[in-house]
Design a protein around this ligand. Structure first.
Ligand code: NAD
Ligand code: WQD
Length: 339
């Protein structure tokens, strides 16, 4: 397949490129490098021994996007490009609506011009908001609690409407739970630009000595040990889910939202213990107040992914921590330190 990948230089994008190139697909990557580096793409080429087209551009630049897409003539689009920091989305909502929503509208219009009718979209479990029940299945009410989550919910609706209006169109809205870990080589991984917002990169930076200690946000939740419980999904399993979703879109028409998770919750303290095992030393952690907006537990119902995509997660928490540590310990400054 010829696949046009927006945001392919990012954390999840770079791992998915390795998967798709390994499966023999031909790719064109479009990224504005607002939250990623060229070095990640250099390493993807090195790991796979394959090349791909690259366009440095913004999805909001309609002319460049349309020209790049029409020139490449893809069979399908995988749409990762987006801003993803929940806190920042509260401070700069218009930036998030412009980048994520307007950008996605431009993308669908460019697909119309190029005659491309298949899309796999990076949505998020954050669209569910507060759990009315667990596990979250795809029919759970949609009620995001922050602007970032609302951009994802809006783009889902936009893609659903576009699919209904476009003959032969097919879309998979993948609702990722909590992606973590790295490629087993340790050559590519997650490289946050600022202080990490998310648990796993924060633990990794404490483990490697970049930060003094982890703050555990709350130990009085209704969970096994009182700390927050999440469905962490290995980024390599997540990458494989994109291959499965592309195959699904090639054989179906319509639009489906599909959870991508393991179905199992892991608490903050369980993750710390697993990381200590992986890195071989203690991780300094102290209990801090709850983080506003956090929920006690979140985990996925996985039956729909199994049924439609014939996909399930294969890697457990040990593989998540081991691969994260391999990446972090050999690239302590992320891609900033060229290896
Ligand atoms: P990332 O920031 O590492 O990757 C996003 C990529 O998109 C970056 O390379 C960035 O430079 C690019 N980009 C952003 N805006 C762009 C624009 N306007 N034009 C062109 N390129 C642009 O993030 P990630 O973790 O790899 O996430 C990928 C997608 O998955 C995002 O849409 C994110 O919202 C979604 N998602 C991520 C998570 C998570 O926890 N990482 C969870 C659920 C959903
Ligand atoms: C996990 C657990 C924290 C940091 C976020 C976004 C969501 C999605 C994935 C994109 C919670 C605790 C964290 C720390 C801690 N992204 N924690 N100390 O909040 O489930 O989801 O990322 O779509 O939209 O909201 O992930 O990794 O931030 O937190 O104790 O320094 O770790 O309280 O229980 P979250 P997270």
């Amino acid at each position: 397949m010829r696949i046009f990948v927006t945001g392919g230089a990012g954390y999840i994008g770079s791992h998915t490129l390795v998967q798709l190139l390994g499966a023999g697909h031909d790719l064109c990557v479009l990224d504005n490098f607002s939250n990623s580096s060229l070095e990640a793409l250099r390493r993807v080429r090195q790991l796979t021994n394959r090349d791909f087209a690259l366009v440095e551009a913004d999805i909001r630049d309609t002319a460049t996007l349309t020209e790049a897409m029409s020139g490449f003539a893809p069979d399908a689009v995988v749409h990762f490009a987006g801003l993803k920091a929940v806190g920042e989305s509260g401070e700069k909502p218009l930036l998030y609506y412009d980048n994520n929503v307007t950008g996605s509208a431009n993308l669908l219009a460019a697909m119309d011009t190029a005659g491309c009718r298949r899309i796999v979209f990076s949505s998020s479990a954050t669209v569910y908001g507060e759990a009315q029940y667990l596990p979250f299945d795809e029919d759970h009410p949609i009620a995001p609690t922050n602007p970032y989550g609302r951009t994802k919910a809006m783009v889902e609706e936009m893609i659903r409407d576009w699919t209904a209006a476009t003959d032969g169109a097919s879309a998979a809205l993948l609702r990722y739970f909590n992606p973590v870990g790295a490629h087993e080589s340790g050559r590519i991984g997650e490289d946050p630009r600022d202080i990490p917002n998310n648990l796993m990169p924060f633990i990794a930076q404490v483990a490697v000595g970049r930060r003094a200690k982890l703050s555990v946000f709350g130990d009085d939740y209704e969970t096994r040990d009182g700390t927050g419980e999440r469905d962490y999904i290995h980024v390599v399993d997540l990458a494989a889910a994109h291959s499965a979703a592309l195959e699904y879109c090639a054989r179906t028409e319509g639009c489906e939202a599909i959870n991508v998770g393991t179905g199992r919750g892991i608490t903050v303290m369980e993750m710390v213990a697993a990381y200590e095992e992986a890195c071989g030393h203690a991780i300094a952690a102290e209990i801090a107040p709850r983080r506003p907006g956090d929920v006690a537990s979140s985990y996925a119902a996985t039956a729909k992914a199994a049924r439609l995509l014939n996909w399930h997660a294969e890697r457990g928490v040990d593989a998540m921590c081991e691969s994260s540590w391999r990446w972090q310990s050999t690239n302590s400054e992320g891609y900033g330190e060229k290896a």
